[in-house]
Design a binder for this molecule. Sequence first.
Ligand code: NDP
Length: 336
Amino acid sequence: NRQVLLASRPQGEPTPENFRLVEAEVPEPGPGQMVLRTIYLSLDPYMRGRMNAGPSYAPPVEVGAVMEGGTVCEVVASNLPQYRQGDLVLAGTGWQEYAISDGEGVRKIDPAHGPISYALGVLGMPGLTAYTGLLNIGLPKPGETLVVAAASGAVGSVVGQVAKIKGCRVIGIAGGERKCRHVEEELGFDACLDHRQPDLHGRLSDACPEGIDIYFENVGGAVFEAVMPLLNDFARVPVCGLIAYYNASGLPEGPNRVPQVMQAILVKRLTLRGFIVWDFAEQYPDFVSDMGGWLREGRVRYREDITEGLENAPRELIGLLKGENFGKKIIRVGSD
Ligand code: NDP
């Protein structure tokens, strides 16, 4: 039973030394327990936050503990009446090949809904994040302009496509020409701008002649600064993620921009609202029904970026935080 542990807490960007691959016993199920074998492990930006000590919306992973993560697993042995050997489940068993579960937080996956790995992406946590953040906080109306960065990723790709379904004009922002082409040609956004090229603000201003009504905030940093002056009165900003800062070990150099941002919030009567996906957990049934339908009709398209082998998870998480993934990042841990 191979496991990846948090070996030490990173300072800034994580390194391979912050992780340790170890071999442990395959566990045996006690009464009221089952053993799960990992098929797919999801890699997500929030994992960087769990590597830090200190308070956040969820407790940190302890040094020496198995890294946390969402998984798709097969039940290999069960003393729980509701689960049988061979069942496929969505679980949170983390970066390891086998785990014990008492069934809490576990949900059966119906393979009829699509590839089982989708439960970690478009039909799971990132999809629900995009859907609920956009519909509850973004409040899209036909004809409005929406901007979203990390546009080829798990959350951004769904935000933009759902906003198109709701009648918005959608501008994506992504890193590199290949991702931008995919966002325009495959995902059907009206345009996609490369944030690595110069003068993002100028190009965004040209792409949004009527300003921005919804900015779905995934990244912060230079993208936020380019967007801020283009926000219209009464614009909505669902604050979903700030990946540009996740590896930061302190405040950036330069002037304090808080007064400027606060003034814009006041003068333009902006709504900025942070959210964590589980705030909207009760909307899961509506989400699965809508998203399942849109996938079947081809109105939402979805790209996965799958890497083989648990041993590659540290390298792939380090890369995800720098934009090296292209689509929803998944590790195939075992055969399906
Ligand atoms: P992605 O699949 O989009 O992967 C992360 C992407 O972020 C990278 O590929 C890269 O794309 C982009 N990125 C990284 N650094 C920067 C930067 N400095 N400036 C601009 N873009 C950058 O990840 P997810 O879709 O899973 O997550 C997207 C965001 O949503 C994250 O901030 C995440 O924390 C957040 N989130 C929040 C949740 C919540 O409950 N609030 C739940 C799930 C996710 P590119 O190469 O295009 O720049």
